[in-house]
Design a protein around this ligand. Structure first.
Ligand code: ZN
Length: 275
């Protein structure tokens, strides 16, 4: 996520200027609700100052540039269309393992999967159809001395919405317009209904830190997750397609066959589906 902080600023300006119909920036799918404006600002500051990727963008200039389009009033069903976000309803008639969710594709209103606890003793749940595969993977890892702690599975649309709107409120209190605050929130939290967690199809495993990639748990997942139908959904080198920053902890169930093909080819789900 750090390497994209400046890109986010640039994209923010572009999105305001041109009112993009699709994704308005790289987003981060693993939110922590802001406890106060100070905390959020502090997080942002840390991200900005620790950026190491060379870039010609100037975030300070981007941050102070005034939006040129703030009068979007079209109501298109999606509650955040006023800020240029209007993901289409994803095709739910496909096999469940291929349901596409990203910033352009959302779940139908009111969709709630049938849930089951992923692993006994942990609170995280998944779509009941995914659970047997997660358990198999969990048990296989245990035999290798690896514990694939299910940190975060299903999240309700309501929770995602609450979280998203908490961020909007925080940014508005800092003086941003509703549109600006919504765009900024979208860079921290996936738009409600567009997260694979809302469908119970993904699990955050062990950690929510990029340093997870240096652990034996990550190495095990990298070698074996596809054998159980899971893929690391947001690889480092495909953020231009996924529009999500690198998340070495986020594993999506796509089925063994598809996961194996994606693993071998290096494709992400969008490429596999040809969207
Ligand atoms: Zn996740």
């Amino acid at each position: 996520m750090k390497r994209f902080s400046k890109t986010i600023c640039a994209v923010l300006v572009l999105s305001l200027a041109f009112t993009l119909a699709g994704c308005n920036g790289i987003v981060i799918g693993e939110p922590t609700p802001p406890t106060s404006a100070t905390t959020t600002e502090s997080t942002t500051q840390t991200t900005t100052t620790s950026t190491t990727t060379a870039s010609t963008e100037k975030p300070s200039a981007a941050a102070t540039k005034k939006p040129t389009t703030t009068t979007t009033t079209a109501v298109q069903g999606y509650p955040y269309a006023y800020a240029g976000f209007d993901p289409i309803e994803t095709d739910m008639s496909v096999p469940f393992n291929l349901i596409l969710l990203n910033c352009d594709h959302r779940l139908p209103d009111g969709y709630v999967p049938k849930l089951k606890t992923a692993v006994d003793g942990y609170a995280a749940t998944l779509d009941y159809r995914v659970v047997p595969f997660y358990r198999q993977m969990y048990d296989a890892a245990l035999l290798d001395g690896i514990t694939l702690v299910p940190v975060s599975g299903y999240r309700s649309f309501a929770r995602q919405k609450r979280n998203f709107e908490n961020y909007i409120d925080t940014y508005k209190k800092q003086g941003m317009s509703k549109v600006d605050a919504t765009i900024k929130a979208s860079q921290i939290v996936l738009l409600p209904g567009t997260s694979e967690h809302n469908a119970g199809l993904a699990m955050d495993i062990c950690s929510l830190e990029v340093s997870f990639e240096n652990t034996k748990e990550f190495r095990w997942l990298d070698a074996h997750a596809h054998e159980y139908g899971f893929i690391m959904r947001y690889p480092k080198d495909k953020t231009h397609i996924t529009k999500i920053t690198y998340e070495p902890w986020h594993y999506r169930y796509v089925g063994v066959e598809v996961a194996t093909e994606l693993k071998k080819s290096g494709m992400v789900l969008e490429e596999y589906l040809g969207v």
